[in-house]
Design a protein around this ligand. Structure first.
Ligand code: SAM
Length: 245
């Protein structure tokens, strides 16, 4: 059973283990690869997503699939000393790298770290003002379960932010992007991280991710209201936002 890109399709139960393995092997090179692959633009995408969250001083934020903590750093600046950010990830190696990085930057006191699976969050109902998942939902096996779990842990009036690779909105961008991600990206992965397969997986997982409209509908099904999305870089990336009212 293969996808139309010729890659082997994996069973759902195999996927969780595969994702964990991929992030174990990329953790060390994760930050430099992000900068190289996106030519630094991922920093702008992340800033815009955090702006769209409208997070304010004193709020409680969950940075889900937070990895090495880029979003946590941005949220921490917004919530200040009165607020709190929880950096949560399924992968212990990514969490460890993130925690060391944040401690080196002096971010201590109002940041907590926890190993969780997005599909079944171990927090009480109504714990957070904002739950953000950045470049993480794509890797989650049961996305509907993750969205329901995110909805449950939000306070009434809270909002979810999903920042994710999406689908180019014009054919020219799509062609260039396809060439880049199936030819150049695995090569960059090979040179820098000595790992071609993980970056081939990345390109494939992006293509399999639901389109902008589909993801918006999935959020609505999970209970979110006033859902909308914002395309960035011609739809290569999109921010989805939904509220628990
Ligand atoms: N949010 C960070 C960023 O934007 O730089 C990290 C994104 S990284 C591409 C994806 C992260 O999702 C990895 O750290 C991985 O371990 C995590 N992840 C994958 N599946 C997950 C799950 N089911 N629950 C929680 N985290 C998950």
């Amino acid at each position: 059973n293969t996808t139309h890109f010729g890659f082997k399709r994996v069973a759902a139960e195999e996927k969780a283990g595969l994702v964990r393995g991929v992030f174990d092997s990329v953790a060390e090179h994760y930050d430099i690869m992000n900068d190289l692959m996106s030519m630094g633009i991922h920093r702008i995408w992340k800033r815009i997503a955090v702006q769209l969250s409208n997070v304010r001083k004193g709020e409680q934020v969950l940075d889900l699939a937070g990895g090495t903590g880029d979003l946590t750093t941005l949220f921490e600046q917004r919530v200040g000393d009165e607020g709190n950010v929880v950096l949560a990830d399924i992968n212990a190696q990514m969490l460890r790298t993130g925690r060391n990085r944040l401690i080196d930057r002096g971010l201590v006191g109002n940041v907590q770290y926890t190993q969780v699976n997005a599909e079944c969050l171990p927090f009480a109902d109504g714990s957070f003002d904002c739950v953000c998942i950045a470049f993480g939902l794509r890797n989650v096996t049961d996305k509907d379960a993750a969205l329901r779990s995110m909805y449950r842990v939000l306070k009434p009036g809270g909002r979810a932010i999903v920042l994710e690779f999406s689908h180019p909105i014009d054919p020219v961008t799509e062609k260039v992007y396809d060439f880049y991600s199936f030819n150049l990206l695995p090569k960059i992965g090979k040179w820098v991280a000595k790992d071609e397969d993980s970056y081939r997986y990345l390109a494939e997982s992006i293509r399999m991710h639901p389109k902008q409209g589909e993801l918006k509908a999935m959020m609505e099904t999970a209970g979110f209201e006033r859902c909308e999305y914002f395309n960035m870089t011609q739809g290569i990336v999109a921010v989805h936002r939904g509220y628990k009212l």
